[in-house]
Design a protein around this ligand. Structure first.
Ligand SMILES: C[S@@+](CC[C@H](N)C(=O)[O-])C[C@H]1O[C@@H](n2cnc3c(N)ncnc32)[C@H](O)[C@@H]1O
Length: 266
């Protein structure tokens, strides 16, 4: 780019200062939010006249938000500061029912909270797909629960949400791209002689651009790559089932015995 062009590149300048979309910026599709809110209100007996608030939005400051008396926070917060948010509400006695990433649901967990798992992959408005769970300090005797009925509601709401998914590209086997080969690269040795390939930038009569370009290869090499992809998939699946078995320590066993004792006295 020439110096003058650089000076005139106003769009590029503006783009630099736009807030970036990270995992903290997953906007909840309205249908999903309404499904979650409706379920939470019913399940946790939230009176219809209690104000429901959403203090998490771009430029928001949940620590200085004006919480009306008796309100319940039902919202999707930035996941990176979840532990701090939970502590803040607990210390101030503010009820919350918030979204949380399911994989780290118990991090910074406090036994008086209720953790709700639904195995729901929510497609957020920026296209990100996150396996989402929920955590609440609304009164409940449970520290953990699954909620198949909520899972079903989210599934139906997700189906209504406009799709932000990338199209699935199905290139002919003779086209090798980096993305295709990365699936086998750490597992299977595969080489393409210079004489068996031509570099291509687009493919098909539509002249579909290949991101980063690709190689058009001979049918023998294409068949070899397809076989390698199958073998890599099988190897990954075999690796995934090998589980290491952990045992409880004597101290943990004593805790379990104490819990057993407590439950049997009820
Ligand atoms: C996961 S997004 C969800 C947005 C919205 N609540 C929703 O459900 O669609 C989290 C939002 O929290 C905002 N956020 C980040 N830090 C915050 C803070 N300290 N106080 C309030 N909002 C914050 C982010 O900018 C982002 O918009």
């Amino acid at each position: 780019m020439k110096k003058q062009d650089k000076l005139n590149d106003y769009d590029g300048f503006v783009e630099k200062f736009k807030p970036k979309r990270t995992t903290d910026d997953c906007y909840t599709p309205p249908a999903v939010y309404e499904a979650v809110k409706g379920w939470a209100m019913k399940k946790f007996n939230i009176a219809p006249d209690r104000p429901i608030v959403r203090p998490f939005y771009p430029g928001g400051d949940y620590e200085h938000y004006n919480y009306p008396p008796g309100c319940v926070v039902i919202d999707n917060p930035p996941f990176s500061i979840l532990a701090k948010i939970k502590r803040f509400y607990i210390e101030r006695g503010i009820h919350f029912f918030i979204f949380a990433p399911s994989l780290t649901l118990f991090s910074g967990t406090i036994e008086k909270l209720t953790h709700i798992l639904t195995d729901s992959t929510i497609t957020y408005e920026n296209g990100a797909k996150v396996n989402t769970a929920f955590v609440t300090n609304l009164p409940s005797p449970y520290v953990l629960m699954t909620a198949p009925d909520l899972a079903q509601l989210i599934k139906e709401a997700n189906a209504q949400a406009p799709k932000a998914e990338l199209p699935v590209l199905d290139f002919p086997a003779n086209v090798l791209t980096s993305a295709r080969l990365n699936k086998i690269a750490s597992l299977i040795k595969f080489e393409v002689p210079r004489t068996a390939a031509r570099f291509v930038r687009t493919i098909g009569k539509e002249r579909k651009g290949l991101f980063g370009g690709g190689l058009l290869v001979s049918s023998a090499k294409a068949a070899e790559a397809a076989e390698a992809a199958k073998a890599a998939k099988a190897a990954k699946a075999a690796k995934a089932v090998k589980a290491y078995k952990y045992e409880l320590t004597p101290e943990e066993q004593a805790n379990v015995a104490a819990l057993d004792n407590q439950s049997s006295q009820r």
